[in-house]
Design a protein around this ligand. Structure first.
Ligand code: FAD
Length: 412
């Protein structure tokens, strides 16, 4: 029986990051992965969707480039090649990760593993003794009653990555990050997208003004949205929504969130990542890994959320659910169209909304190019309790989208 300091089950961001941090401290680490290292994030989640989004954005931008004096004749898409690009991105990153783990001295065992006692992990063929065991077994697409995946007509976020050809039209159930990103990808490629969202606004976890803006952007792109809507019935590929509307989509993408991979935890193991049932995001998993392996704590209320595509959408900290909710804060609202950089880039749609109280930022919501990077500035400010007066002293480069943050801060 082989013996290790640390045994980790699950090789996604939570598991592999923990493995690398422990290995760096000189601990012996064994990591069990039943599929591919990188987990959902690298193989079925963050990375493949962002690779698709990159091409979708590129295609949309080129389609409109004639207005900027750049003409593309016969612009078309080759979906097989697009998928090949997506697959190559995954393979390249996965090989890099495998090598990093190898170089760090982490032993990776490719098989299903089970924790059988506080210090013992069992696979089909072997047993391993570990001084400490960590569970990082992740999550899977949530399945809801009446919309069970058949992987042909009713698709999960895993299935949509592998479709052979683009459908003519699709119904997307749910408008969280996954639903919005796939709406953006597919509509850019010319697929007719309809969204059904149970809440009374799109992207219900975001600030109300973010929801309104997404609704407007989708309307302009002729994306049909049904709010406060659910699926009542499906017969012969005919979908009846709760308001009686009948749709006949070529397929349905169910994007209603994820559920933890069931794990028997009678032994009270340490659980991190999606499996911990806290916030199901890769960067949250990585922060948990840092906290566990390196004893670096993080503020669990200050976790940035990002939705990719054009324009990016991001928020952190407190969000306002309604106009009345806004009244509780000192608020600044900077339109992206006020920025020189936005005009140079021909990307003027969006805003930076900052909510503050007692001279400190409490939250921000951003729709803008580079929102994923901009939100980090606010995250650093809140996490370090920097006051608005501290932030006013910072010099921001010109011309940048960051100047929008500066203008927002100066207005508070
Ligand atoms: C479409 C999509 C887009 C996403 N986009 C983003 C994004 O942009 N940003 C973001 O932060 N997050 C995003 N996420 C979420 C992100 O992928 C997850 O939060 C992240 O992967 C969680 O990491 P994890 O290590 O906890 O679990 P996972 O990545 O799910 O990894 C768990 C691993 O454990 C393995 N495993 C499970 N059971 C066993 C066992 N018994 N033995 C051995 N191995 C086992 C699995 O095979 C898997 O590889 C996205 C998710 C999806 C589905």
């Amino acid at each position: 029986m082989e013996a290790f300091d640390i045994g980790i089950i699950g090789g996604g961001p939570a598991g592999y990051t923990t493995a690398l941090y422990y290995a760096k401290q000189g601990k012996t680490v064994v990591l069990f992965e039943k599929d591919y290292v990188g987990g959902t994030c690298l193989n079925k989640g963050c990375i493949p969707t962002k690779a698709f989004l990159h091409i979708a954005d590129l295609y949309s931008e080129l389609k409109d480039a004639d207005k900027l004096g750049v003409n593309f004749e016969n612009l078309n898409i080759d979906f097989d090649k697009i998928k090949e690009y997506k697959n190559n991105v995954i393979i390249k990153l996965r090989k890099g990760l495998e090598l990093t783990l190898k170089n760090a001295g982490v032993k990776v065992v490719y098989c299903c593993a089970e924790m059988v006692t506080k210090n013992k992990i069992k696979t089909e063929t072997d047993e391993y003794t570990c001084s400490e065991i960590i569970i990082a077994t992740g999550s899977k697409p949530k399945e809801i009653k009446g919309l069970e995946y058949d992987h042909k007509f009713i698709l999960s976020s895993d299935d949509i990555l592998e479709i052979e050809k683009l459908p003519k039209n699709i119904l997307i159930i749910g408008s969280g990050a996954i639903g919005i990103e796939w709406t953006r990808i597919l509509s850019s490629f010319g697929v007719e997208v309809t969204i059904a969202e149970l809440a009374d606004r799109l992207c219900p976890l975001a600030d109300w003004e973010v929801s309104k803006r997404i609704e407007r952007q989708f309307k302009m792109k002729k994306i049909k949205t049904y709010l406060s809507a659910s699926v009542s019935e499906i017969t012969d590929k005919k979908v009846t929504l709760s308001d009686g509307t009948i749709l006949e989509p070529e397929c349905i993408l169910v994007a209603v969130g994820r559920e933890v991979n069931k794990y028997n935890n009678n032994i009270n193991a340490k659980i991190i990542g999606d499996a911990s049932s806290e916030i199901m995001l890769a960067h949250y998993a990585v922060s948990q890994a840092k906290e566990l392996a390196l004893n670096i704590p993080f503020n669990k209320n200050i976790i940035p959320s990002v939705i990719y595509g054009t324009p990016e959408i991001a928020w952190v900290g407190e969000v306002s659910k309604s106009k009345e909710d806004d009244e509780k804060y000192d608020k600044s609202m900077l339109l992206i169209s006020a920025l020189g950089k936005a005009h140079c880039d021909n990307k003027t749609d969006g805003f930076i909304k900052i909510l503050a109280k007692d001279g400190h930022i409490k939250g921000a919501s951003i729709i803008s190019p580079e929102a994923s990077a901009l939100i980090q500035q606010i995250t650093i400010a809140i996490s370090n309790d920097l006051s608005i007066n501290d932030l006013k002293k910072v010099c921001f480069a010109h011309p940048t989208y960051s100047e929008g943050i500066m203008e927002g801060i100066m207005a508070l």
